[in-house]
Design a protein around this ligand. Structure first.
Ligand code: GLU
Length: 468
């Protein structure tokens, strides 16, 4: 393939959502461009004017931005290039590589019938009729494809796929209204954008044969093909709604971090030995399109959660606090500026157990809930006379504490249990309920540390005062 620098592209059609398979295709194109020091481009295939609303186009931009896969040049819009597509067809007509087909709908139907009966593809008589015989009626423009020989798609993932030319009909390039067809537009756009490697879903494999014929007719260099297997659900069926999520935005709202998605998606169909977790830089240095496997990849929620947990544990606290705040606020739980610091202090204490940002948000609710807390039903059973007395003594001890962090509070609790001659189990659960109410909370020292001394003592006071 070309000595030119590598140019890859993602070419989504705006449908109103961005499928996770499109995200993975974008990622592989991005990785390959970065790996080779080439360029990664974005083309919006917006020829379906009804579906291609501004909002649907924004979904693509937002998805790419969220995934951190920004293109190296401004996006190309396919619909705006229809004149250029038509000009390419004029070129083909002039060279005798395409022809105007004036078959009427009835004639086409009759030819379809005959072709079916004879076990061949549709052929138009206009392929061989000189122009000056042309009638004055609507026509389509078809490619004058070779009738014999083979077209080989030398695919980097699938290997050589051979198509017999006799099985490929003369594909339509322009419809009767003069509008360009999909295969024509893709070829002209990819050529004009300088695309060297077409990396996309394997649902486009058949199109690759047809597009190869168009490239050849135009006298253009055929790009390198790499068709990626689809992503399946955990049960092996094509990924769909019932598998839990399929749109990029759904993974975002389920609390997955974009860097976790990049890492996880990279492993769907590609891998570097057994490495499960790797940085973008590692993926870029290791990625090669020839290492993509041709069998469909299955979405594995447990693996995704594991990877997401890893990135949550690594992420910058202030970024996590922003993300968690947005989740709380979307659930009508305000995070007042005064509690920002408390939230930031809490996150490192609870994040080890969080598979998603939603988990992380859930486990920080307890510090944000204003006093007095709602008590769970079991509180009454836990807060017996004896336990109240004990927690009051613990409260006095905590009020006197001069350092307030996890190790010292663990020490305080242990020493207190010893002085009372009981195990921590005797009062631990009651203490937790006093501190967190119905919300979940980390271990005792973690909860106390997160809340801070004054708030912890206040909550204990609320729960232990006679009116409670
Ligand atoms: N617009 C096509 C799609 O969304 C992609 C075409 C291509 O990558 O060549 O499936």
């Amino acid at each position: 393939m070309p000595d030119r620098p590598v140019v890859t592209r993602i070419a989504p059609s705006p449908t109103g959502s961005m499928h996770i398979g499109t995200a993975r295709t974008a990622l592989f194109n991005w990785l390959y461009a970065r790996h080779t020091g080439g360029k990664f481009l974005l083309r919006v295939e917006d020829t379906d004017r009804e579906r291609s609303t501004q909002a649907a186009v924004e979904v693509i931009f937002d998805g790419m931005k969220w995934l951190g896969l920004e293109a190296d040049e401004p996006p190309v819009f396919q619909a705006a290039r229809a004149d250029r597509h038509r000009a390419a067809v004029e070129d083909l007509l002039a060279k005798g590589e395409a022809y105007r087909d004036y078959m009427t709908a009835e004639e086409l139907e009759a030819e379809r019938e005959t072709a079916r009966a004879e076990g061949r593809v549709v052929r138009s008589p206009w392929r061989d009729i000189a122009r000056n015989d042309a009638p004055d009626r609507p026509f389509v423009v078809r490619l004058k494809s070779p009738l014999t020989g083979d077209t080989v798609v030398a695919d980097k993932v699938k290997g050589d796929i051979r198509f017999q030319n006799k099985d490929l009909d003369d594909l339509i390039l322009l419809r009767t209204d003069g509008s360009p067809t999909y295969n024509l537009a893709v070829v002209v756009d990819d050529h004009d954008m300088g695309v060297t490697h077409v990396i996309r879903g394997d649902d486009h494999l058949n199109n690759a044969a047809r597009q190869t014929l168009i490239y050849k007719a135009l006298g253009w260099e055929v790009p390198v093909w790499a068709h990626l297997p689809l992503i399946h659900g955990p049960d092996g069926a094509k990924l769909s709604k019932r598998h839990g999520a399929q749109a990029v935005s759904e993974f975002d709202s389920m609390g997955y971090l974009p860097e976790a998605m990049r890492n996880y998606l990279a492993r769907l169909g590609w891998g570097h030995g057994d490495d499960e977790i790797f940085t973008d830089a590692q993926a870029i240095s290791w990625f090669d399109i020839v290492d993509v496997v041709s069998a469909p990849a299955r979405l594995d929620w447990a693996k995704l959660n594991h990877i997401n947990n890893h990135y949550i544990r690594q992420a910058d606290i202030s970024r996590l606090a922003d993300l968690v705040t947005a989740i709380h606020e979307s659930r009508d739980l305000k995070v007042p500026a005064a509690l920002r610091q408390v939230l930031e202090r809490t996150i490192p204490l609870v994040r080890d157990g969080a598979k998603t940002l939603l988990d992380l948000a859930d486990s920080t609710v307890f510090v944000l809930t204003p006093r007095p807390l709602a008590m769970p039903e079991k509180a009454a059973g836990l807060l017996t006379e004896e336990t109240r007395g004990r927690l009051n003594r613990l409260r006095d001890r905590l009020a006197a504490a001069t350092t307030w962090d996890v190790p010292s509070l663990e020490g305080e609790i242990r020493a207190f249990a010893e002085s009372e001659g009981v195990g921590i189990g005797k009062f631990g659960q009651a203490l937790r309920v006093c501190l967190a109410g119905v919300a979940s909370a980390p271990d005792l020292a973690g909860a106390l540390t997160a809340l801070g001394q004054e708030e912890s003592l206040g909550r204990l006071h609320d729960a232990l005062s006679p009116a409670a």
